[in-house]
Design a protein around this ligand. Structure first.
Ligand SMILES: O=C(O)C[C@@H](O)[C@H](O)C(=O)CO
Length: 272
């Protein structure tokens, strides 16, 4: 199995709280992005004290309460399945703070991390504040919910986005990368992909490769898997009959998403 592919686990970390993913510096090549997924039973609580890292809490499915200091966001989250394709609520929490997530209904929650030194206000990112975009044409169509784009100053480093791709389409395509800190041409941003498929027995293909092919992995990605992208181009192809969802977390030294398309494949953008 590729070392970039992380399979879901089922680790009970406290009563009613299951750790499904924990991608961190120890088990990945990511230095700027950390990523967890937790499943929380109704009434159960997950508490975390952040060190020098900020966190974006995404209510993937179900309803949750989030508490940080005097801030309390009640009954947030908008969907039973990500495939309802409606945006959801998220909460930004800054470094050196302690937050608590309590499930109101059975919930799956993504916790997206990046190093951070400068404290910023805790903030509810409402579903209705997500920027919605349809990108691409022909078999390159995808639907995007921007949770934390680089135009939003809520976070120091984190960028968070959800992408839906219908069967027979490719996304993150034409292949692009953002692994050189040479702004304004390109920014260095690591990335994680949390994938789901509808129906859930589906799979997608994700290739992660560099120009010199020193990294060139093509992975079969199944429901609930995480792919880490420390460097390189990272397109996703979706087989007919299935819909793909992924949640991307990006972070690097500068909070700007400036990507570079693979020159071999950029021509597809110019088709009439
Ligand atoms: O537009 C897309 O296909 C989504 C991608 O841009 C995805 O968010 C990504 O690769 C970010 O670098």
């Amino acid at each position: 199995m590729s070392k970039l592919l992380h399979k879901p686990m089922q680790e009970t970390i406290s009563e009613g709280v299951t750790l499904v993913h924990d991608v961190n510096k120890k088990n990945s090549d990511l230095r700027y992005v950390g990523f967890k997924v937790i499943d929380v039973e109704p009434g159960a609580k997950y508490e975390e004290t952040l060190g020098k890292e900020e966190c974006c809490i995404v209510a993937l499915t179900g309803k949750i309460n989030v508490k940080e200091g005097n801030e309390f966001f009640e009954n947030i989250g908008t969907r039973e399945s990500v495939f309802e394709k409606k945006p959801t609520d998220s909460v930004y929490v800054s470094n050196d703070r302690t937050y608590e997530v309590e499930a109101v209904t059975k919930a799956r929650v993504a916790l997206c991390y990046s190093p951070s030194e400068k404290q910023l206000p805790t903030k509810l990112i409402k579903a209705e504040d997500n920027g919605i975009e349809d990108r691409g044409k022909y078999s390159n169509k995808r639907h995007v919910h921007n949770i934390l784009p680089d135009s939003d100053p809520t976070a120091n480093s984190l960028l968070v986005v959800e992408v839906f791709t219908e069967g027979g389409n490719f996304s993150s395509y034409p292949p692009h990368k953002h692994d050189q800190d040479i702004l304004p041409e390109e920014s260095f941003l690591e990335e994680s992909y949390y994938h789901e498929m509808d129906p859930p027995q589906g799979f997608v293909f994700q290739r992660v490769y560099t120009d010199d092919r020193s990294l060139d992995e093509t992975m079969t990605v199944e429901n609930g898997d995480v792919v880490e992208v420390p460097v390189g181009y990272h397109p996703v192809g979706v087989p007919d009959g299935y819909t793909s969802y992924y949640l991307n977390v990006m972070a690097g030294p500068t909070r700007i998403w400036k990507f570079h398309n693979d020159p071999d494949h950029e021509w597809i953008l110019d088709r009439k």
